[in-house]
Design a protein around this ligand. Structure first.
Ligand code: ATP
Ligand code: MG
Length: 190
């Protein structure tokens, strides 16, 4: 029986804020591993122009976690295809690993908007919800049972990274080196 953390996201691109959350929550809750689950089609972001292809976002996450103990990339939502609903992902994990304990990890910005998520009332029956504060959303909490884990507050988002890339700003130190090499190779962003 394992204790598994799930950190879902668009990861367009992955940045060090994501990694710090995964590593710190894993340590605090003594998790076997944290899976960074890359959304296939994040239904709340479909209006965003130029969402990077799912395979590229996955490849960046895979590159970024290489060498980080207990943090892995997951393609389950991409493999499932279609619109991405976290509750489906949790239900699938539960079905395949009935003895594991699941922890759904999210930043406080996401937690504060949880009541807009598809079938959010079912999350508590599938996983324990873990919230980490995020600059700009400190103290925002979900309308359901949860616990809070304290992590370093890193004021960084993929949106900001994309804007900086467009403006020609350096991204070293913000995006993990192997992920940055991949996005340069593919000509993603800026
Ligand atoms: P975007 O700006 O495109 O929404 P993002 O930086 O918010 O990108 P997501 O892929 O949307 O990244 O986030 C995935 C998960 O990681 C969410 O639960 C989000 O709250 C959390 N997260 C992202 N960045 C941080 C951060 N700097 N600190 C804490 N949590 C974060
Ligand atoms: Mg986000």
């Amino acid at each position: 029986m394992s204790r598994i953390g799930i950190l879902g996201g668009t990861f367009d691109p992955i940045h060090v804020g994501h990694l710090a959350v995964a590593v710190w929550v894993r340590a605090e809750l003594d998790l076997s591993r944290v899976e960074l689950v890359v959304a296939n089609e994040p239904w709340q972001k479909l209006d965003r122009p130029l969402l990077s292809p799912a395979q590229d976002r996955l490849a960046m996450v895979q590159a970024a976690v290489d060498g980080i103990e207990g943090v892995v990339a997951s393609s389950v939502e991409i493999d499932r295809g279609g619109l991405t609903y976290t509750v489906d992902t949790l239900a699938a994990y539960r079905a395949h690993n009935p003895d594991d304990s699941l922890f759904l990890i999210m930043g406080s910005d996401a937690a504060g908007g949880l009541d807009t998520w598809h079938r959010f009332e079912e999350i508590n029956g599938l996983a324990e919800l873990v919230v980490v504060d995020r600059p700009g959303a400190v103290g925002q909490r979900p309308p359901v049972a949860h616990r809070v884990v304290v992590c370093p507050l890193l004021d960084l988002s993929s949106t900001q990274v994309r804007e900086w890339a467009d403006a020609g700003r350096p991204l070293d130190g913000l995006v993990p080196p192997a992920a940055l090499a991949y996005c340069r190779h593919k000509g993603l962003y800026g």
